[in-house]
Structure formats: C-alpha cells, structure tokens
Design a protein around this ligand. Structure first.
Ligand SMILES: Nc1ncnc2c1ncn2[C@@H]1O[C@H](COP(=O)(O)OP(=O)(O)OP(=O)(O)O)[C@@H](O)[C@H]1O
Length: 288
C-alpha cells in the first residue's frame, strides 16, 4: 500500500501538486491520466522517493520513501526521459547493476525480455535508438518485480508491435506476480484495458478516482443512422461525435433511463460504453 498524506510539491511559485491524501491499495494496476503539466511526473517522482516533498509525506507500507532504502529498493519508476543506468555501460552491464540494486530482480526474465524486444546486449545504453531505450526501460521495469512499479509514458517511441508486447508482458507477469503498477499515459484508449482504476490529475489536484467499469458507465455511445442518432441525442450532453459514411456514433455524458433505452431499441440504435478518452476530455475541460 502506498499512502500520501497532505503531499505537496512546489517549484518556486508553481504548485505542481496541491496537498494530496491518497492511498493506493497494493495489487492493482492504476492508470494515471492528466493533461500536459497536470502534475503526473511530479507525483510519480515523489512516490518513487526521487524528489523531496515540499510538504506532507509518502509511505510505502508504513516506511517513508524519501531517502530510505527499505522503501526505495521496493520501488521502480521508469520515466520517459531515460532508463535508470549508466549511459556509457553496455545493456548487459546495466542489467547486472540492476540485479545488484534490486532485491526482486529476475535475471532470467530480463534475458527473456531482451530477446523478445530484440535488444542488443553488447551495445551501450547511449547508442540505442529512442524506441530501444524505451524497450530497455520496460525490460528493467518488469524484471525488477518491484512491489511498486511505475511507468511514466515509458512507451514513448515504441512501435505498435513493441507496445503490444509491453501490454501482453505486463499483464502476464502481473497476473503471475500481482504487485502495484501505476501507468501514466496519454494513450488512453490503447492502455485503458490494462487499468483497474483510473486517477485523473488536473492542475495539481486529484480530479477523479474511479474503477474503470464505473467510469465507462458514466456515459453511453449511441450508434446508428445519422439523422436518427441526432434526433435521439437532442438535449443530451454530447462528448464526442464520429461519422463513418451514413453511420454516426455519438458519445453522451450520463446514463440513459429505461425509457430512453427502450426508445433506442425501437429505433435500432446500438448503445455501448463510453470511450475513456471522450470522458477524459470532457472532465478536464478540453474541446470536443
Ligand atoms: N523542475 C521544475 N521546475 C519548475 N517547474 C516544474 C519543474 N518540474 C515540473 N514543473 C511544473 O510543475 C507542473 C507539473 O509538471 P509535471 O511534469 O508533473 O506534469 P505532467 O502531468 O507530467 O505533464 P506532461 O503530461 O506534459 O508530461 C507544470 O506546471 C510544470 O511546469
């Protein structure tokens, strides 16, 4: 369990995180969403003990994370801007160092992942391509098997097959060895199937925390012939609209009562769950 109490981070005049009380029970995958500058990286760095809070505390299972190896060796944060390790060392040496630093590191699993991501063991970290660097970060992040594992936009630069591999491996390994995972991402629709719970940060505050299923039920997608859909959603809060030839899909905010559902059925309209991205844009005040 990771717990924050009145956690606050300021950079000069900028308050990146307003006092935040948060408890994240262990053994779940959390999605951390927020617009640019919302405070996601600041929060994750502080949870990892990389940054001293301006106020308040962060504890992992009761142990303060800042400057305490009892907690930091159980935490792994993979950031978008680089892999933990020495850029002038080979990947092989960097993996050996990770194994020394992290008690839960699984060398055999790291070797398996290196193969799967086709990473060159003899190359130095700094000579890797952008996507290869991300892939190496993911290898370290997964093989560390840390109690608290966080990926901060760690997929940046990865091609689609590698992102799929990341998802598959994360899910497989998590199911074998449940731990707490936080994924910060702007690829909401792509990564949301992994989330059990979503946290939305907005302007340094926690705007929303909800289970994914509950969130998807906060809106409805309505699909059918354009004119019929337009008539049906008249007066409702429209979050997004998409056209595909004569067919239209409209996402509306809020649930539909039984009467409206019966009406949709009579008109032959299809109803489905809301796309998290549409809801996210609506909740964080973006343009539709
Ligand atoms: N080292 C720093 N010095 C000054 N201000 C900072 C520093 N790091 C972050 N900030 C500010 O803190 C706020 C939160 O930044 P943060 O990087 O946590 O956002 P983010 O949600 O991760 O954004 P993005 O999605 O763009 O990566 C922003 O206003 C940012 O400008």
């Amino acid at each position: 369990m990771i717990t924050t109490s009145a956690l606050q981070v300021r950079f000069g005049d900028t308050t990146a995180l307003h006092p935040l009380d948060l408890d994240l029970p262990a053994g779940r995958i959390y999605g951390l969403l927020g617009r640019n500058g919302a405070g996601k990286t600041t929060l994750l760095s502080t949870l990892a003990g990389f940054r001293r809070p301006s106020g308040g505390t962060v504890e992992l299972a009761g142990v303060p994370v800042f400057d305490d190896v009892r907690a930091t060796t159980r935490i792994c944060l993979i950031r978008d801007d680089g892999v933990p390790g020495d850029p002038t060392d080979t990947l092989r040496d960097n993996l050996a160092m990770a194994a020394i630093l992290r008690p839960g590191f699984d060398t055999a699993y790291a070797a398996e992942l290196m193969e799967k991501f086709a990473l060159p063991r003899r190359k130095t970290l700094r000579t890797l391509s952008r996507g290869q660097r991300s892939a190496f970060g993911i290898v370290v992040g997964l093989a560390s098997r840390a109690d608290l594992t966080m990926f901060d936009e760690a997929h940046l630069g990865l091609d689609a097959p590698s992102r799929q591999l990341f998802h598959d491996e994360l899910l497989r390994d998590y199911l074998d060895r449940p731990r707490t995972v936080i994924l910060s991402t702007h690829l909401i629709e792509e990564q949301s199937p992994l989330f059990e719970q979503v946290l939305i940060l907005h302007e340094g505050r926690l705007l929303l925390r909800a289970d994914v299923d509950e969130l998807r039920a906060r809106g409805v997608s309505v699909t059918g012939p354009q004119q019929v859909v337009d008539d049906f959603v008249f007066g409702l809060t429209v979050l997004a609209q998409r056209r595909l030839g004569p067919t239209k899909e409209v996402t509306v905010f809020g649930g539909l009562d039984d009467e409206r559902r019966a009406l949709a059925d009579r008109y032959g309209l299809q109803l489905g769950p809301v796309a998290l991205q549409d809801l996210f844009i609506h909740l964080t005040g973006g343009a539709v």
